[in-house]
Design a protein around this ligand. Structure first.
Ligand SMILES: Nc1nc2c(c(=O)[nH]1)N[C@H]1C(S)=C(S)[C@@H](COP(=O)(O)O)O[C@H]1N2
Ligand SMILES: [Mo]
Length: 263
């Protein structure tokens, strides 16, 4: 028993000392110890992934109502040309369903009314578009993590893919079926569980307009505008991204943009 206590204490001490040494820029004697070496491996992992983790888990700035933009540009698709979408829109999205499927224990589908009744988050944030504009709006919606927890992620899940209703016309896609032209985006689980990652049904206190992605769009506040998928129809949990669209994880990613659009 006594030995166990000592070794535990030593372990804790070793770890603390090793981290202190790392923080101070290293120490020869400690580098001989086993726990130091295992912590060094951890530190290397940190340099590989640390920036991603730290940026991913910090909150995006939120603004005050006074800072709301008077004009908020609508970009990309502003009126989906797709017949199936237009049929849904003509009926006030009553027949619309959000599907959650893929690597989940309990695939689900939600009406807009059901989503509106779920717990929501409201945030005033800034959108930055690569085309050179920024605008501030208030978004209200369901935290994505609630839907994912409710469906239950299978162990192999890594990515969340957002399948959208709109075919973005005039931008050539390589080969493939008709669905390949529809907008899609994807994020990893870290971003999916971020507290500000929501599926917004309202903008500035009103139901989302068609130009801004009605009836439901993603808000992913630490990343650029093109990741904020509008007209979301289906949320697919996957292990890989290569079966979707051109395989680069997003409509614009298939055309050369970065998948990780952190700002
Ligand atoms: N489905 C879909 N989502 C989309 C787009 C699009 O064309 N289709 N454009 C993206 C781009 S480039 C930007 S900047 C934002 C614009 O959102 P907004 O129209 O609400 O300003 O939506 C993003 N999400
Ligand atoms: Mo954009």
């Amino acid at each position: 028993m006594g030995i166990l206590i000592i070794s535990r204490r030593r372990f804790v001490l070793d770890s603390v000392m090793s981290w202190a040494a790392l923080a101070l820029g290293g120490c020869d004697r400690l580098s001989e110890s086993r726990s130091f070496r295992s912590n060094l491996a951890a530190a290397e992992l940190l340099t590989l992934r640390g920036q991603r983790l730290l940026i991913g888990q910090s909150l995006a700035r939120e603004y005050s109502p006074r800072e709301l933009s008077r004009e908020f540009p609508a970009n990309g698709t502003i009126a989906p040309p797709d017949e199936d979408y237009q049929t849904l829109a003509a009926d006030g999205f009553r027949a619309w369903r959000l599907v959650v499927d893929g690597l989940v224990d309990r695939p689900a589908s939600y009406t807009l009314a059901e989503l509106r009744r779920l717990p929501s988050r409201t945030q005033i944030t800034r959108t930055d578009c690569v085309e050179g504009w920024s605008a501030i709006a208030q978004w209200t919606g369901v935290p994505l993590r609630l839907l994912l927890l409710s469906s239950g992620l299978k162990p192999k899940s890594r990515y969340i893919v957002f399948h959208c209703a709109d075919t973005l016309e005039g931008i050539p896609v390589k080969g493939g079926d008709e669905r390949q032209g529809r907008y899609y985006e994807s994020i990893d689980l870290i971003d999916a569980f971020h507290p500000q990652t929501i599926l917004a049904h309202s903008m500035n206190g009103k139901p989302l307009a068609i130009a801004h992605g009605a009836p439901l769009r993603l808000r992913l506040e630490r990343q650029l505008g093109y990741k904020q998928a509008k007209y979301v129809m289906r949320i697919e949990v996957t292990e890989r991204l290569d079966h979707v669209g051109g395989g680069q994880g997003g409509f614009w990613e298939d055309r050369g943009y970065e998948w990780y659009a952190g700002i």
